[in-house]
Design a protein around this ligand. Structure first.
Ligand SMILES: *Cc1c(COP(=O)(O)O)cnc(C)c1O
Length: 384
């Protein structure tokens, strides 16, 4: 295996699921999204681990992601969070993916395909847009769409969902907006029930709402980022501890590489493309075989990212290349030898000095992006 790899701690993944379960009442189902290759962690292994940990639903965004899970022998229920295109509907139904629907045309496409494939009954979830501005119908149209689902005669209205836009923020405006969305969602559900239909399993809570807003749990929660061990923005570990509902999440991924060469540099010599860094004194530069081709993005270096080698942090110098980057370890560093491990982020136990959350803060993005952009070239090594 390549020295540059992502170690995936499935034991931490299962631990996080258990921790999150402490926040939900018995009977509340859990859906774990394994979209985008399980936020970069490896969807097949994470899906298996999630099912072992007892989650009731998995979720993907693309039909192909669902097909991949089925081909790997995964039998559990899978929700399809994004829309399938007309060419994909066949595969979606064949793979028994449960779509989010919200308009008559799309409902009819699934009904027709389910019929064609000889299904007796095919579950769908009605998506309501209460303010995310993404998928979903307006709350006022929920009842008539529920009627339309029932009228197909083959589709089964198994659930109703919405998605929060600001549940991970704690400003008054954010909290008010979430509350407004939740009220809107409840009005959609009431509309469906008043029409004499069932809204099925109602679900809206993402990571932040799962930990912070128990009243939004309803029939199911859909925590994503916290399952992978990262904070849901402002609903973070400190906030939850202060609130009196502490949680102990463990990062699932460690990204590591190794020192593949050490080269002495004289004062005045430059490092990398564009010569953006010039040695101000004699020093030694360690070469790491990781670059933006692995998902270690160029812009990380602009904000002075460091990597951990044998328990100490060392700065990346110059621009990050596609396949390599250069780290300043100082002159005659006795603590570092060629082939030593260098840890970019992850678990303390693996020698990391920062998490994906720390890198996200440093580079003004979110942990989701840090792990999700890791490319196929980075092998995932699973431990459980
Ligand atoms: C990705 C996603 C989630 C999980 O979101 P997190 O912020 O990772 O908890 C939940 N629901 C839907 C519809 C999603 O697309």
């Amino acid at each position: 295996m390549r020295a540059t790899k992502a170690i995936i701690h499935l034991e931490n993944f299962k631990h996080n699921i258990k921790e999150i379960r402490r926040f939900t009442k018995p009977g509340v189902k859990m859906c774990v999204p394994v979209k985008a290759d399980a936020y970069g962690h490896g969807s097949i292994e994470c899906a298996k681990a999630a099912l072992e940990a007892g989650v009731e639903f998995l979720a993907v965004a693309a039909v192909e992601e669902g097909v991949e899970l089925r081909e790997a022998g995964i039998k559990g229920r899978i929700l399809l969070f994004s829309l399938a295109s007309p060419e994909e509907i066949h595969d979606a139904v064949k793979a028994d993916l449960t779509p989010f629907v919200f308009d008559e045309e799309y409902i009819d496409m699934f009904a027709k395909e389910a019929l064609r494939q000889g299904k007796k009954s095919y579950p769908v979830h009605l998506a309501v847009d209460t303010g995310m501005g993404r998928i979903g119908c307006y709350a006022k149209d929920a009842a008539s769409l529920a009627r339309h689902i029932a009228d197909t005669g083959i589709l089964f209205h198994e659930g109703t969902m919405t998605h929060f836009a600001t549940s991970d923020g704690k400003s008054q405006a954010d909290c008010d907006y979430t509350k407004k969305q939740f009220e809107e969602f409840k009005s959609a559900i009431r509309g469906i029930e008043e029409a004499g239909l069932s809204a099925g399993i109602c679900h809206c809570a993402n990571s932040a709402a799962t930990l912070d807003l128990p009243e939004t749990h309803m029939g199911m929660v859909r925590p994503g980022i916290i399952v992978y061990g990262y904070d849901a923005d402002e609903v973070n570990a400190q906030y939850l501890a202060k609130k009196g509902t502490p949680i102990n999440l463990k990062p699932v991924m460690t990204l590591e590489t190794e020192v593949c060469a050490i080269r002495p540099f004289k004062k005045g010599m430059s490092v990398g493309y564009g010569r953006t860094w010039i040695a101000e004194e004699d020093t030694d530069i360690a070469l790491l075989p990781i670059g933006y081709g692995d998902g270690f993005l160029r812009r990380f270096a602009q904000n002075g990212i460091k990597v951990a080698i044998n328990g100490k942090a060392y700065p990346v110098r110059g621009r990050i290349c596609m396949d390599q980057c250069m780290v300043d370890i100082g002159k005659d560093n006795k603590e570092i030898q060629r082939w030593d491990k260098a840890v970019i982020f992850g678990c303390k136990e693996d020698g990391a000095l920062q998490t994906a959350d720390d890198i996200a803060k440093l580079t003004e993005t979110i942990s989701y992006e840090i792990t999700t952009v890791l490319t196929r070239r980075v092998p995932r090594e699973f431990c459980s």
